[in-house]
Write a protein that binds this ligand. Structure first.
Ligand code: FHN
Length: 462
């Protein structure tokens, strides 16, 4: 969080209640606010990382249609839309919260917000460059916001003019260009689609400053708008890896199910995210930036940010380090999940440099160590802080985050170890392994070969 974001703006009546409470408690108001915020964070931490309703339906658990996704483990999320223009600031005021929520947070009327479309001209957008960044980062799929909650469509649609081709001076369909590039460069293209919240559509969920919630017909919005748009997305762009629905909120089981069936009918191989709601996803979605504390025996994914926002905010510089990002990737994979890591391109169509630098550094690490990530399953060592483990038939990968002084790696509970070598060593020079019963000691180099994650390959006697 940047310093500016630490200013909490309370509306009048809330401020009044805080003042009264602070007086009763005999504390400063700021102390009280800090206390409430820390309780809110504890509360968030105590919620399970994967909520049941965003879960995987049971018949998808062994479905081979997910095999490519299980192999992939690492994807690129892209939040891009009109919100990249205000980039976190509206009429000279920095709007707290995530950038793509600016319309809601500042309660910008539709008539004002939609004028942004006339300014959206991302002349630096280069599909080949975006796909190549994902490729060089070692990401295997790309999920882009075809329509986020603000309702603006990045694709040409018969069902609204509020789209990139018809409403902007740019006049091109970036999803078409990305589809072609993804085919060329071997990345699976996937679409995010906000099926419930739509702050532009009179019957969509979430805009109560322009529209009267009581007069909304959500069922008609789903039937006459969401369904045909999903049809467009799964018809006009070639094979789509998955469709990433979000914030199901009041979707009924029937609505979720018929949307799922529509996707499967249009593209039988297209996966559907857990956020279709009602535990009907092809795979489960963890909460944003949430990582479960132990391995989870279903197919699941963590969507996550590199800084704090998803959509571009010009003053969010809270970039996570490459070390943090890589260790999060390994942590997630060691627990059986995928990491969907977000970038928020600018209104000019550029992925911010700090994101690119970190992604490329992750790609360099994966170039050497990818064998211990892609297509792996959780390894036998779980719940320790210094190391993570992943596995493939006949091999266990020890990901050592904190290299022990002297380089003696001591582990137990693995089974019979045949040999060990460093994954980064092209010669695979054998390391000495001593095993007494369950206790194994591997003699690694005295100094840590990789300050982020040194991977030891243990070959197992099966
Ligand atoms: O409200 C959205 C948010 O803007 C963003 O798209 C994230 C990504 O997972 N999903 C929702 C909140 O969970």
């Amino acid at each position: 969080m940047s310093d500016e974001d630490r200013t909490v703006v309370l509306n009048e009546s809330l401020a009044k209640r805080f003042r009264e409470l602070a007086k009763v408690q005999g504390v400063e108001m700021s102390e009280l606010v800090n206390f409430m915020l820390s309780r809110a964070l504890d509360w968030q931490g105590s919620r399970p990382a994967i909520a049941e309703e965003r879960g995987q339906r049971s018949d998808a658990r062994s479905d081979p249609r997910l095999d490519w996704w299980r192999e992939a483990r690492f994807g690129m999320f892209i939040h891009w839309g009109l919100y990249a223009i205000p980039a976190g600031e509206w009429k000279g005021r920095r709007i707290p919260g995530i950038g793509e929520w600016i319309m809601k947070r500042a309660e910008i009327p539709v008539a004002e917000y939609e004028q942004l479309a006339a300014q959206f001209n991302p002349v630096q957008f280069d599909a080949a460059e975006w796909v190549s960044i994902a490729k060089r980062a070692g990401q295997k799929y790309m999920v882009i916001t075809s329509k986020h909650h603000d309702g603006f469509c990045l694709f040409r649609s018969e069902f609204t003019d509020y789209n990139m081709v018809d409403a902007t001076p740019f006049g091109r369909d970036p999803l078409k260009e990305l589809a072609e590039e993804c085919q060329k460069q071997g990345i699976r293209l996937c679409f995010y689609y906000s099926q419930t919240q739509d702050w532009h559509h009179p019957n969509g969920d979430g805009n109560d400053w322009d529209y009267d919630e009581a007069n909304k017909d959500f069922a008609s919005y789903v039937e006459t708008y969401v369904v045909p748009q999903v049809r467009e997305l799964l018809t006009n762009y070639g094979p789509i890896g998955l469709i990433w629905f979000d914030t199901p909120k009041a979707m009924t089981a029937e609505q979720s199910r018929s949307l799922l069936e529509l996707c499967h009918q249009l593209q039988p191989d297209c996966l559907v995210s857990g956020r279709i709601g009602n535990t009907l996803g092809d795979y489960a979605s963890a909460g944003d930036n949430r990582i479960p504390d132990r391995a989870v025996a279903i197919d699941w994914e963590t969507p996550a940010t590199i800084n704090d926002t998803w959509g571009f905010k010009y003053y969010d510089h809270n970039w996570k380090s490459t070390k943090d990002l890589l260790q999060k990737l390994v942590d997630i994979v060691s627990k059986g999940g995928n990491y969907l890591l977000n970038v928020g391109p600018t209104a000019e169509g550029v992925i911010p440099r700090p994101s690119v630098d970190r992604l490329l550094a992750m790609g360099e690490w994966l170039e050497v160590n990818g064998e211990a990530v892609y297509g792996t399953v959780p390894g036998p060592i779980q719940g320790v802080s210094w190391c993570r483990s992943t596995a493939k038939p006949g091999k266990i990968y020890l990901h050592v985050f904190n290299w022990p002084e002297g380089g003696q790696i001591e582990v137990s509970g693995l089974g019979q170890v045949e040999g060990a070598y460093l994954l980064s060593d092209p010669a695979q020079a054998p390391l000495s392994v001593e095993q007494h019963g369950d206790e194994v000691t591997i003699a690694g180099p005295a100094q840590s070969p990789d300050a982020i994650d040194t991977v030891l390959v243990l070959t197992m006697d099966s």
